[in-house]
Design a protein around this ligand. Structure first.
Ligand code: SAM
Length: 331
């Protein structure tokens, strides 16, 4: 029996053609806002989807209209044989875009293999240009390795390279303009992300920095000129400074959510299809897959998840509202 040629359109007529896959909940960093030191509950090896299981789920997704895939984590590059998996993934017929989000620590080591695997685009997370602060935020003295990774991706010709910066009040707020200034000399897209209180990582005491505050700090460098959006653009709005090589983007999931245009599904490291990053709703696809279910039946699990996709995530996300940790969902 064949899977019907039906696409994943949700109750609000959004066409969900983008799957973000967390291939591991493990990370070599302990970012304060994501995977703080002492976080427990690592998934057991047997709980994590095997590569061939992920590939099977993606193949089913492709038949349901998935066209874009992003590999994330945890830190995807810490998982053994990640680049072989990337190679197998990019060879699947039907995907128009396969990208990778990484913290960059292992990037220079793997850059040749990532390029050879046919990865189109890279997002690299970097919240500070100060090596000491990098250690404070991530728990690891790895700034130089990350910068080397970014340089190696740049030299290898990846384009655009997107640098993800989570804006953290009292931590990197004074540095946002310096990070934005990278766009003058490098063709990078510097994207400022509002901190999301998720997985019990709430950074207490201070109010979160929202779009307006972030933008005000960035605009101390000059006026931002809007850049026309393209069809495949994600949630970041696009801007640039006059004469700059790169761009600036803002991802305001909290203050100005982009739910009405959300085209995303997520596959968690432990094999659940999650229709909304900021809602604790998911459908287990791993158990039925391991129990021998046919592709046609597994396809129904996609549809059930899609049916449960909320129109928008909660307006105000309070501490503990979203319990699942970011590193298992993938951000
Ligand atoms: N390890 C990879 C990395 O660091 O890019 C991929 C996984 S990480 C969960 C993906 C993205 O989510 C990163 O850019 C990270 O900064 C972002 N992120 C994690 N926790 C977040 C939070 N609480 N609020 C906003 N962004 C967050």
């Amino acid at each position: 029996m064949k899977i019907a040629e039906t696409h994943l359109v949700d109750s609000y007529k959004r066409n969900l053609n983008y799957l973000r896959i967390s291939i591991t909940d493990r990370c070599n960093l302990h970012c304060l806002y994501c995977n703080p030191k002492g976080s427990k509950c690592k998934l057991r090896h047997s709980e994590i989807l095997r590569y061939e299981e992920i590939l099977r789920i993606v193949r089913i997704g492709i038949r349901l209209g998935i066209r874009k895939v992003r590999i994330t984590g945890g830190e995807p590059l810490v998982r053994k044989d990640c680049c072989d998996f990337l190679q197998n993934l990019t060879q699947l017929k039907g995907l128009s875009d396969v990208s990778l989000t990484t913290n960059g620590v292992l990037l220079s080591h793997y850059i040749e293999q990532i390029a050879a695997a046919g990865i189109n685009r890279l997002n690299i997370s970097l919240d500070t240009l100060d090596p000491k602060k990098y250690k404070t935020i991530t728990g690891v003295d790895a700034f130089d390795r990350v910068w080397q990774g970014i340089e190696s991706a740049h030299q290898k010709g990846f384009s655009p390279i997107k640098i993800n910066v989570v804006a953290l009040n009292g931590i990197n707020d004074e540095e946002l303009a310096d990070l934005a200034a990278l766009s003058f000399n490098y063709p990078f897209h510097i994207r400022f992300i509002e901190y999301m209180p998720i997985g019990g990582t709430r950074l207490c005491d201070t109010e979160p920095l929202l779009y307006k505050d972030i933008r005000r700090r960035v605009e101390t460098l000059g006026t931002l000129i809007p850049v026309a959006r393209q069809l495949n653009d994600g949630p970041a709005d696009r801007w640039k400074f006059s004469g700059a090589a790169g761009e600036i983007g803002f991802i305001s999931a909290i203050s100005n959510h982009f739910c009405e245009t959300c085209n995303r599904l997520r596959l968690t490291a432990d094999g659940r299809i999650r229709p909304c990053l900021l809602a604790d709703i998911s459908e287990d696809i791993k158990t039925p897959l391991r129990a021998g279910m046919l592709d046609t039946e597994l396809a129904k699990i996609f549809f059930t998840a899609v049916k449960r996709k909320p129109f928008k995530h909660a307006e105000a996300i309070g501490p503990g509202d979203v319990c699942t940790r970011m590193n298992s969902i993938g951000g």
